[in-house]
Design a protein around this ligand. Structure first.
Ligand code: MN
Length: 192
């Protein structure tokens, strides 16, 4: 099976000013595309060719893990955003965030702090376990909480390529700006 890069459900300039059109052009158009191209090249004529992407991530190592996970992570990342999505969590997910973190604002603060604190490249995730308990999970490089038995709900990319054109070295500002474009209905749809 050959993976195709999914079209974004919004225009490349629709996430500005949180993420500029130029950053979407490069990040989605070049970085994400390259990971998917590499993934297709690496699985061709191997035992991984017809495996679900999540299973490749759980089983592979080295370059195949890196490119499979980066493909998954970027697709997940860009589909979390919307220029006109739900700006706040609601219902069961909101209740759980408030129960564990005290308030949505406190959760956002801890999430951005955890992402800002990652040394080098990586991702900051909100994940859940099988009981619905929430976790703020930092991963390095191509890491994904799927390998820890957790289900990802939300992710911010903290690789410099995700923000350097717009924010240069100001990673904390880049992450905080993303709250304005997170579609909480999408996040909640993953909390099942
Ligand atoms: Mn990236």
């Amino acid at each position: 099976m050959k993976y195709t890069q999914p079209e974004l459900p919004y225009a490349h300039d629709a996430l500005a000013p949180a993420i500029s059109r130029e950053t979407v052009d490069f990040h989605y158009g070049k970085h994400e595309k390259t990971y998917i191209d590499n993934l297709n090249r690496l699985i061709k004529d191997t035992e991984y060719e017809d495996m679900a992407l999540e299973d490749i991530i759980r089983q592979a190592e080295g370059p195949l893990f890196n490119n499979a996970s980066q493909a998954w992570n970027h697709i997940f990342y860009f589909f979390t955003f919307s220029p006109d999505g739900a700006h706040e969590p609601d219902g069961h997910l909101r209740h759980k965030i408030e129960e564990q973190y005290g308030s949505v604002e406190q959760f956002k603060k801890e999430f951005v702090e955890a992402g800002t604190g990652i040394f080098g490249s990586g991702w900051i995730w909100l994940s859940k376990d099988d009981e619905g308990k929430l976790f703020i999970t930092p991963t390095s490089n191509a890491g994904n909480p799927l390998t820890q038995g957790l289900t990802p709900l939300l992710v911010f990319d903290v690789w410099e390529h995700a923000y350097y054109l717009d924010y240069q070295n100001r990673r904390a500002d880049a992450l905080a700006a993303l709250w304005s474009i997170v579609d909480w209905d999408v996040v909640a749809s993953r909390y099942i």
